[in-house]
Design a protein around this ligand. Structure first.
Ligand code: PEP
Length: 251
């Protein structure tokens, strides 16, 4: 089964509007015409409109880093799916490990967000991954199983097909530590098996599973060569257009 690779840059809480405009311009210059890989950038909320303007007419799509599941109302500090859609967002990251560990994200809120994103005709990137402690104690499979089943609870196969899953071992995010290609692939195969149990083999073969965790130009090729690694969710290396391009088209 051949799946088109999908590389998304998660800019996290980096870039002012001016910096975002400049970075987006550089990204468009280096990967704006790539069509054999899907490419997206996910700037902070305040810079979505700015980046949308810059990437217009290129193949680079816009993603958001989070969303609230309610459509509107008294939810100070939150942003809805409609608001994201209205500024040109296509993808929404949900359940990032930083949301889970610093901001109280749970499997239940990931599920609510995933459903809201799908209902708004946006495309979720659902993040899962174990901590170092969980890996060392042997509970990695259990944790990932819980996170995947939790995220997709009550979601139809038809909707599941539109989702991307990002496997992001927490111990590899922003640490410079990368899962070996074999470690990453093993986790991806495991995740695909869960998806197959939930939605059938056909859907499990369609869904893309990105790897995230210190992916860089010099390790991207080996990771992306794995059978079940279908792209990457890139943090640090997405802040330099040259590095990002080196992951989109690794040498
Ligand atoms: C991420 O935050 O999704 C991520 C993978 O970060 P980094 O590439 O910096 O490890």
């Amino acid at each position: 089964m051949s799946r088109k690779n999908f590389i998304a840059g998660n800019w996290k809480m980096n870039t002012t509007a001016d910096q975002a405009r400049a970075l987006a311009q550089e990204v468009v210059a280096v990967v704006g015409q790539v069509d054999d890989v899907d490419v997206a950038v996910c700037p902070p909320y305040t810079n979505l409109a700015t980046v949308a303007e810059v990437i217009k007419g290129s193949n680079v799509k816009l993603g958001a880093q989070d969303v609230h599941w309610e459509p509107k109302g008294a939810f100070t500090g939150k942003v809805s799916c409609d608001m994201l859609k209205n500024v040109g967002v296509t993808y929404v990251i949900v359940g990032h490990s930083e949301q889970r560990s610093y901001f109280g994200e749970t499997d239940e809120t990931v599920n609510k967000k995933t459903k809201a994103v799908l209902a708004a005709d946006l495309l979720p990137i659902v993040c899962v991954g174990e901590t170092l402690e969980e890996r060392k104690s042997g509970s990695m499979d259990k944790v990932i199983d819980r996170q995947v089943r939790g995220a997709f609870d009550g979601i139809s196969a038809q909707d599941a097909e539109k989702c991307t899953i990002a496997y992001e071992p927490v111990w590899a995010i922003g640490t410079g530590e990368t899962a070996s290609p074999e470690q990453a692939n093993q986790a991806h195969v495991f995740i695909r098996k869960i998806v197959s149990e939930l939605f059938g083999e056909q859907i499990s073969n369609i869904i893309r599973i990105q790897y995230g965790g210190s992916m860089k130009p010099d390790n991207a090729k080996a990771l992306l060569a794995q059978s079940d690694v279908d792209g990457g969710l890139i943090g640090g290396a997405a802040l330099k257009a040259g590095d990002f391009a080196g992951i989109v088209q690794p040498k």
